[in-house]
Ligand binder design. Structure first.
Ligand code: IPE
Ligand code: IPE
Ligand code: MG
Length: 237
């Protein structure tokens, strides 16, 4: 397989199945999250190896606050540990960290670490790892509509001048290209409020494999499947 895949600039992943992975082994759910975080660490060098410019990882949705306080607390601590432990790894692999979601509602100790790692990796231009945290596609669109409505209200934008581009420009990361491929692990066939606007023309790849088992062989299987797809974007084949 060639290491540069020009057609796949942006890979988006719904990392699902941590809980079931743990359950299958008679372990508590948090063990699944810990094993899932290790898979994220493994992905870091794969960005260069497989020529992927952007990876967006769905790490915590706006709906995940519905989980037990213990699980939410565990996930936030795991995020902080991941950031503390991987700054060097990100720098070594020349990867920039960015986030998408309503960050202000995350605990302060997470926001501080996120800001620090984002700042320290902001010099890297070739590859970007995006963590979707407290992210919901509907929330993102709601926030975009609020900003657009404010511009209409202050007279700087006329309703008839609102185009698709206007909406794209008011999303959280307007400069990031839309995902080319969206992978969801664990056998669930839904998008669970992930990147609703941006996934319009993404190819979807679903696997029964739980996220903590999603290794390099699984990734290359997904990339191979993507390469065989015929993307038409509504045009002729
Ligand atoms: C994905 O695994 C991780 C998060 C949503 C944070 P789950 O925790 O959803 O695992 P399952 O779906 O219960 O197996
Ligand atoms: C989607 O997984 C969110 C993340 C992976 C962060 P969920 O496990 O929360 O989604 P549902 O509840 O199965 O739709
Ligand atoms: Mg799940």
């Amino acid at each position: 397989m060639d290491s540069k895949n020009k057609d796949l600039r942006h890979l988006a992943i719904i990392m699902d199945g941590n809980g079931r992975w743990a359950q299958q082994r008679g372990l508590p759910r948090f063990e699944g999250h810990l094993a899932g975080a290790r898979r994220v660490v493994e992905l870091i060098p794969f960005m260069e190896k497989y020529g992927i410019e952007y990876i967006t990882l769905y790490a915590f949705s706006t709906e995940n606050w519905k989980r037990s306080a213990e699980e939410v607390q565990y996930l936030m601590n795991l995020l902080a540990d991941f950031l503390d432990d991987n700054l060097e790894n990100m720098c070594k692999n020349r990867i920039r960290l960015r986030v998408t979601g309503r960050l202000a509602d995350l605990p302060d100790f997470c926001v501080q670490r996120l800001n620090s790692v984002m700042e320290k990796t902001s010099c890297y231009q070739e590859r970007t790892l995006i963590l979707a945290l407290n992210y919901g596609g509907r929330t993102e669109l709601t926030d975009a509509v609020r900003k657009i409505a404010a511009s209409v209200q202050d007279g700087s934008l006329r309703p008839e001048d609102i185009e698709e581009k206007t909406i794209s420009e008011h999303l959280y990361l307007p400069d990031v290209p839309d995902p080319d491929l969206m992978i969801r692990t664990s056998g669930e066939l839904r998008i669970s409020n992930f990147l609703l606007w941006q996934l319009s023309y993404a190819e979807f790849y679903f696997t029964d494999t739980f996220w903590p088992d999603f290794d390099e062989a699984e990734l290359t299987k997904a990339l191979d499947a993507f390469r065989k797809r015929n993307r038409r974007f509504g045009g002729r084949p």
